[in-house]
Design a protein around this ligand. Structure first.
Ligand SMILES: Nc1ncnc2c1ncn2[C@@H]1O[C@H](COP(=O)(O)OP(=O)(O)OP(=O)(O)O)[C@@H](O)[C@H]1O
Ligand SMILES: [Mg+2]
Ligand SMILES: [Zn+2]
Length: 272
């Protein structure tokens, strides 16, 4: 005999109905448990089958724990959000407000737009924006983040020196979240823009690896398989020396380097 759900599905293929797909006695709680398939009605997972169970107390508890974990991750994300606020001058930055006054800047804008347009979670790609001060590296990376947030992705823009300060602050006893939780969130967001990498103070310790280098490693290594944008003032010679060869090697994997050239937008045309 067909189940009610199956009959309805046959009659109305588009209909999103739940249907029982199995039944068993749970060894954990001893309850009779019904497995139910339910198609997702809307959102990015629309059409996918979601399975849930009715009757089992263990499953309910696990769901509650999961919800708590998610809520916790959300809280940490809020925290990162708090620190990922950008300077007011960048807040308004968009692709449209970027003036591509030279062929070089035009190429940079095109690369940024293409990156946002072709963003695909299953095809991780990175960008490295390199060049001198005030050329729009942060402007374009932040614009990419905004564009992707608009599309529903989780995109975090954070200045590396600031981020390292935040990580240090988690060592304090009254911190709202732990370093592990913070690193976990950073490793999971859809896009992470690490602004001004190489601008952090890195005091070399006796073993040759600084604390900052080690933290950068954890962050960069944790991003493998995901999208990351780096911006830096350093050249391809200076960057590996600053962040370490091991970090540099990972940063360059699946990464399109974009060299910014021109005059500092911040001081252009300002005579005194
Ligand atoms: N081509 C541009 N068109 C419009 N605004 C720009 C352009 N380039 C830079 N700006 C603006 O100038 C300011 C500095 O730019 P931005 O912060 O992106 O520079 P940067 O390359 O990241 O410099 P730094 O290396 O010092 O961090 C920002 O307010 C940005 O919006
Ligand atoms: Mg910048
Ligand atoms: Zn159970």
């Amino acid at each position: 005999m067909q189940s009610m759900g199956e009959i309805l599905k046959t009659l109305m293929p588009g209909l999103t109905s739940a249907s029982e797909v199995g039944r068993y006695i749970c060894e954990g709680c001893g309850n009779e448990t019904v497995i139910i398939d339910q198609p997702v009605i809307g959102g990015p997972d629309k059409g996918k089958q979601l399975q849930y169970k009715r009757g089992c107390v263990c499953w309910d508890n696990e769901q509650a724990r999961e919800a708590k974990r998610e809520q916790r991750a959300y809280q940490v994300q809020q925290m990162v959000g708090k620190y990922s606020t950008v300077n007011p001058d960048l807040e308004a930055a968009t692709f449209e407000s970027f003036m591509a006054s030279t062929p070089n800047l035009h190429r940079a804008l095109t690369a940024a737009r293409e990156y946002a347009d072709s963003f695909d979670l299953s095809q991780p790609m990175n960008l490295l924006f390199a060049g001198m001060y005030g050329l729009g590296k942060s402007h374009l990376s932040y614009s990419i983040c905004k564009e992707l947030r608009f599309k529903g992705y989780i995109a975090v823009f954070v200045s590396v020196p600031k981020l390292l300060t935040v990580i240090k602050s988690t060592y304090q006893r009254n911190s709202d979240f732990t370093e592990a939780e913070l690193l976990d969130v950073l490793s999971k967001v859809d896009l992470l823009a690490l602004d001004d990498i190489g601008a952090e103070r890195a005091k070399r310790e006796d073993d040759g690896e600084s604390w900052a280098t080690e933290k950068l490693f954890e962050i960069i290594d944790g991003r493998s398989g995901r999208h990351t944008i780096y911006t830096t003032n350093l050249t391809s010679d200076e960057l590996p020396r600053k962040v370490g060869q091991r970090n540099f090697s990972r940063m360059m994997m699946n990464t399109k380097p974009v060299k910014f050239e021109g005059v500092d937008y911040r001081i252009n045309n300002k005579r005194f």
